[in-house]
Design a protein around this ligand. Structure first.
Ligand SMILES: Cc1cc2nc3c(=O)[nH]c(=O)nc-3n(C[C@H](O)[C@H](O)[C@H](O)COP(=O)(O)OP(=O)(O)OC[C@H]3O[C@@H](n4cnc5c(N)ncnc54)[C@H](O)[C@@H]3O)c2cc1C
Length: 434
């Protein structure tokens, strides 16, 4: 069977690419391994689907860091406003939450998927679900004086041929959704470099007992810092005091937001956002996480507040005063860390105890053991090297007729709808270019 365009993988990027190509009059076949398309759209955002972020094109580019500039053409083709307008024009109103995240007003991801399926159906593209591609090959076919690309796509059931292929097989996180990294092997066979895939937006594990003892607790505003511990060249003064430790800490990343304690370690948006720095670091065993549980109060200010409490309400226990700002179970754990008795009254707090308490609240450091891996990573970092893909069309620079869009590319963004925006915009541009 021959099509003009075969799109492999019916996630966000593939649904968009197939629709746009078919709307332009191409004969499009969209092949999906799962029984149903759009598995990740359905499960995203806690089944609410955080479609995109209420920022302009520059805001999306900036969120992807130094690789963000690759997205300029894709976002010029389909901006966050365009994406929202497209979904709304399918009868799905959206809303912006205080974090800037945009969701369907119904809070139902299925409404978003249905909008894209309706568009796909109207476009005339043919969706074949339950059709896993097992292999595909590229060759050149001579027609008169010109040679044209030709692709042979094999599936469990049938073989297909096409003049162009759009590869939208996603990454390799949440493999239970069908994303087992199949596209990387094919792209590699066609000459592409694959930046080693690694989990991103993934919970971090620790063996710290104090963390697992707090499992289930969410703290809404925590600042976490990812630090690399380095052994420093000792200064002359330190050499004369050889017992001192000469460890320096280099700040790699700092984020602020909601943190969730779990039996295995830490999760929540702030941890997921910092996790890609952790998984991408060559010396992960040298990395630690510092937590500031009261980021809006400077350490000196907190110290002063505790002194004032001693003067104004000396008979009050410190723990009851701090429990007005933080969950009581967390405060009790921090008292343990600081080795301050729980029943310590404000007036009795020693200066060494006050310092230890401020340090525990503002700078508890924990070693990291690892991550929950691809199985629980929302996104895959790494993928097809961007240098080998023309960002203006998303066509491979190495294999004419091959286009790549979505998470298969070496792009990963933070929590907040950025990853869907990149997938939809690159899918749109590939569909328009093919
Ligand atoms: C739990 C979870 C929640 C998330 N929440 C959000 C969110 O709220 N907002 C956000 O922006 N991002 C979110 N993401 C990330 C987002 O889902 C991805 O970035 C996005 O889906 C990538 O789109 P894609 O089309 O490139 O890949 P995918 O959506 O992963 O689609 C790839 C498709 O290719 C198919 N496929 C793979 N191999 C083959 C093959 N051999 N043959 C045929 N088909 C194949 C797969 O079955 C899949 O359907 C979330 C991810 C997860 C896991």
């Amino acid at each position: 069977m021959h099509a003009d365009v075969i799109v492999i993988g019916a996630g966000a990027a593939g649904l968009m690419a197939a629709t746009v190509a078919a709307e332009r009059g191409r004969r499009v076949l969209l092949l999906e391994k799962n029984r149903k398309p759009g598995a990740k759209i359905l499960m995203s955002g806690g089944t609410r689907c955080n479609i995109t972020q209420a920022v302009d094109v520059r805001g999306i580019v900036a969120a992807f860091g130094r690789k963000g500039k690759f997205l300029h053409s894709a976002l010029a083709a389909l901006s966050p406003d365009d994406l929202v307008a497209m979904i709304e024009s399918e009868g799905v109103p959206t809303k912006i939450e205080s974090t800037g995240k945009i969701f369907p007003a119904s809070n139902r991801s299925v409404d978003v998927l249905q909008a894209f399926l309706a568009k796909l159906q109207r476009s005339g593209a043919e969706l074949r679900a339950n059709t896993g591609v097992t292999q595909f090959d590229a060759s050149q076919e001579r027609q008169g004086d010109v040679s044209l690309p030709r692709f042979a796509v094999r599936t469990d059931q049938q073989n297909y041929a096409a003049s162009s292929v759009i590869l939208t097989t996603g990454g390799q996180s949440y493999p239970g959704c069908g994303t087992t990294g199949d596209g990387y092997a094919w792209a590699k066979r066609l000459g592409h470099c694959i930046v080693p895939p690694r989990p991103a937006l993934v919970p971090l594990t620790t063996s710290a007992a104090w963390i697992s003892s707090l499992q289930g607790m969410t703290v809404s505003d925590v600042e976490i810092s990812l630090l690399e511990q380095q052994s420093a060249e000792p200064t002359a003064a330190q050499i004369s005091a050889p017992c001192e430790s000469h460890t320096l800490e280099k700040l790699l990343d700092r984020r602020r937001g909601s943190l969730l304690f779990a039996h295995f370690g830490l999760s929540g948006p702030v941890v997921l956002d910092i996790s890609s720095q952790y998984t991408g670091h060559p010396r992960r065993d040298a990395l630690v996480l510092r937590c500031d549980f009261l980021p809006e109060v400077a350490a000196a200010q907190l110290d002063q507040q505790l002194r004032s409490l001693a003067a104004q309400a000396g008979s009050q226990t410190i723990i009851s005063s701090l429990a007005e700002k933080l969950p009581k179970r967390l405060v009790a754990t921090l008292f343990n860390q600081a080795k301050v008795p729980m029943d310590r009254r404000a007036a009795e707090l020693r200066s060494t105890e006050r310092t230890a308490l401020v340090n525990a609240i503002k700078g508890t450091v924990t070693a990291l053991a690892g991550t929950l891996g691809f199985k629980k990573a929302e996104v895959t970092a790494g993928g097809v090297d961007l240098a080998e893909v023309d960002s203006r069309t998303l066509e491979s620079k190495l294999c004419p007729g091959l286009f790549l869009a979505g998470e298969i590319l070496d792009l990963d963004g933070p929590i907040g709808g950025y990853n869907f925006q990149a997938a939809f915009s690159t899918g749109f541009l590939a569909g328009r270019s093919v």
